[in-house]
Design a binder for this molecule. Structure first.
Ligand SMILES: [Zn+2]
Ligand SMILES: [Zn+2]
Length: 400
């Protein structure tokens, strides 16, 4: 089917599903849930899919808030990722300050529209919707990769809302940073801070020394690297030499290889703080998120698909956006993309701010996500309809 005809058809498909998609989008936005606890989002999306006649695997791949739905036969397999976890709010509870309700909406829309296109064209091919919990922390997609959720998938597509962009209405190949984080315990020995401070081993000194070492390290880091952290426990009382302190630090770099070197330097800063103060130290590292390894083949198809929908997406951004995503890990396994799309936000309200959380709930932002869902579906259809295109994406992936 040519793209002009598809443009008309997809508008009809979107109108059919719009009401349901808005309801789900609103429900997820109004009921923000933390990572691995996205029960309402999971149930709401699974209910919609089951009501629409799909077989859904709830609690898929051993994760209570993951799910999977699939449609089609033979051919290639295109998969869309729906995220739906929220962030802690300064005042209280959680809010959708990263707009993951819109990620869910665009991916559910993409899945439903691709199914409609498969039915309308009769092509061979399969489309999958994966519910991927815990992106903000935890790394749900790392769990899913390890459990085999992406085995046999030819392309993994999803898109993320963004604000204040200098690149039109979106960018198909943003660069993100690889990230790892560490939780650190320093253990010393408590003592009366006035009567016998010489009997103590000061765990506050250890954490302060470690923080200062890290601050000095930061001065020499290239622009593609970031280190940021907090002292999460600096002791209990001023009249007790602290026996236990804790800190949490994040390290980010342009590539996985660079990140490994940076993490080693960071650990040296931490160990030096322990050594100088005579404390014991335990470092517990998280699982790393890799940088996005964008499939340029798929991104090009997606950019053109968004043009068909009437949205102006740039193929690449200048420089790194500074953020990180576990979709990075997926793109190191199989060809994949993670474009950013602009939503209307108040001035200066980028992701992870209250302004962005409010903007993620508006009907205007929903319409942006709906259009991205259309573009993802048009791209997905082209990948299913053209084995050479899938092969080209795999060839590019295997070269990297
Ligand atoms: Zn975020
Ligand atoms: Zn996000």
């Amino acid at each position: 089917m040519d793209l002009d005809k598809l443009q008309g058809l997809i508008g009809i498909f979107a109108r059919t599903h719009e009401k349901d998609l808005w309801r789900v989008n609103k429900h997820i936005h109004e009921n923000p849930e933390p990572h691995y606890e996205e029960t309402q989002a999971h149930d709401t999306i699974c209910d919609l899919l089951e009501d629409s006649g799909f077989n859904v695997t709830r609690h898929a791949y051993g994760l209570s808030t993951a799910f999977e739905a699939e449609y089609g036969l033979g051919g290639g397999l295109v998969s869309y990722n729906a995220e739906y976890d929220a962030l802690p709010c300064e005042s209280e509870g959680y809010h959708h300050a990263c707009g993951h309700n819109l990620i869910a909406t665009s991916s559910i829309a993409a899945f439903l529209f691709t199914v409609d296109i498969i039915k309308a064209t009769g092509i061979q091919g399969r489309v999958r919707l994966l519910g991927t919990p815990a992106e903000e922390s935890g790394g749900g997609k790392i769990d899913l990769i390890e459990a085999g959720a992406y085995r046999g998938v030819d392309a993994s597509l999803m898109a993320h809302p963004y604000a204040d962009m200098e690149f039109g209405e979106g960018v198909s190949c943003p660069q993100t940073l690889a990230i790892n984080s560490v939780k650190v315990n320093f253990r010393g020995k408590e003592a009366h801070a006035a009567a016998s401070p010489w009997d103590g081993i000061n765990a506050l000194d250890a954490v302060v020394a470690a923080y200062n070492n890290i601050s000095m390290l930061r001065q020499q880091l290239p622009l593609t690297q970031r280190v940021h952290g907090i002292i999460s426990n600096g002791g209990e009382r001023p009249n007790v030499i602290p026996g236990l302190t804790t800190m949490e630090v994040h390290a980010r770099a342009a590539t996985d290889a660079e990140l490994k070197i940076l993490c080693k330097k960071l650990e040296d800063c931490i160990l030096a703080g322990a050594q100088a103060s005579g404390c014991q130290v335990e470092c517990s590292w998280d699982r790393a998120y890799k940088n996005l390894q964008n499939s340029e083949t798929i991104a090009e198809v997606f950019t053109k698909s968004m043009q068909v929908i009437g949205r102006d997406f740039k193929s690449k951004s200048d420089g790194n956006i500074g953020g990180s995503t576990d979709q990075g890990n997926v793109t190191h396994e199989i060809p994949g993309i993670h474009p950013l799309f602009l939503i209307p936000t108040p001035e200066g309200s980028g992701p992870h701010t209250p302004g962005f959380a409010a903007a993620a709930g508006t009907y205007g932002s929903f319409l942006c996500a709906l259009d991205v869902g259309k573009g993802l579906a048009v791209a997905g259809y082209q990948l299913l309809a053209d084995p050479d295109l899938r092969q080209k994406a795999w060839d590019e992936h295997l070269r990297k």
